[in-house]
Design a protein around this ligand. Structure first.
Ligand SMILES: Nc1ncnc2c1ncn2[C@@H]1O[C@H](COP(=O)(O)OP(=O)(O)OP(=O)(O)O)[C@@H](O)[C@H]1O
Ligand SMILES: Nc1nc2c(c(=O)[nH]1)N=C(CO)CN2
Length: 193
């Protein structure tokens, strides 16, 4: 990736944080060309001057959870490095959801793309507009299975995430199966570096 990501870029005028921070996001899609939408979302995110996609997981096909009368999802996760503050990153993700045709009709219902912010360094906050860590992530195998592929070694949640993910894959009861991997330029395995 040869995008300019310096702090003087016009997209960065509101930036409050100049040190890059690790963040983890979950991506989901169950409407339209699901795989293309995930790929488009990653490209939009990586092209943002203050964000770099550093690792991506495989893509998993998953049974719908919560509201079950809807098509299967494709889910994946990505590790990011960003100089944005948490709320700024959330707004960028919400803007990209809009660009990719996201509408909000049924809670937990079908969507072209869902971009959830899971973790951002050791930030903890509990506001309606942004709760970190994501309040439902530890109960969602469709998040934890791909997350265990990209979580940095030594991350405080690594052991817990790995345990749940390995159990979900072994039991085979969570309706999760590896679907594909995205061909990401410069990627070795699932790394986007
Ligand atoms: N960690 C977070 N990541 C993304 N959105 C969040 C987060 N915390 C709070 N929100 C808020 O939740 C709102 C609704 O998000 P969204 O429609 O994607 O929910 P959902 O994906 O249907 O359900 P869930 O939140 O259970 O994943 C967003 O507009 C955002 O302001
Ligand atoms: N399998 C699966 N189920 C879901 C998903 C999702 O991404 N994958 N997202 C939801 C709302 O965030 C609700 N249910």
């Amino acid at each position: 990736m040869n995008h300019s990501k310096n702090a003087t870029d016009s997209h960065n005028e509101d930036q409050t944080n100049t040190e890059p921070t690790d963040a983890y996001i979950a991506l989901g899609s169950n409407v339209g060309d699901r795989e293309r939408l995930l790929h488009e979302a990653l490209l939009l995110i990586d092209r943002h001057p203050a964000i770099q996609v550093t690792r991506i997981s495989g893509i998993y096909e998953t049974d719908p959870v919560g509201y079950t009368d809807q098509p299967a999802f494709l889910n994946m996760t990505a590790a990011l490095s960003t100089t944005l503050a948490p709320i700024e990153l959330l707004h960028v993700l919400l803007e990209f959801e809009q660009q990719l045709g996201r509408t909000r009709d049924i809670r937990w219902g079908p969507r072209t793309i869902d971009l959830d912010l899971l973790l951002m360094a050791d930030v903890q906050m509990d506001e309606e507009v942004l709760t970190l860590p994501h309040p439902r992530m530890m109960e969602r195998a469709f998040v934890l299975v791909p997350l265990h592929e990209v979580l940095s070694s030594g991350h405080p949640l690594q052991e817990q995430v790995n345990q749940i993910a390995v159990r979900a894959l072994k039991d085979g009861e969570e309706g999760i199966a590896l679907w594909n991997t995205i061909n990401w330029p410069g990627a070795s395995a699932h790394s986007a570096n």
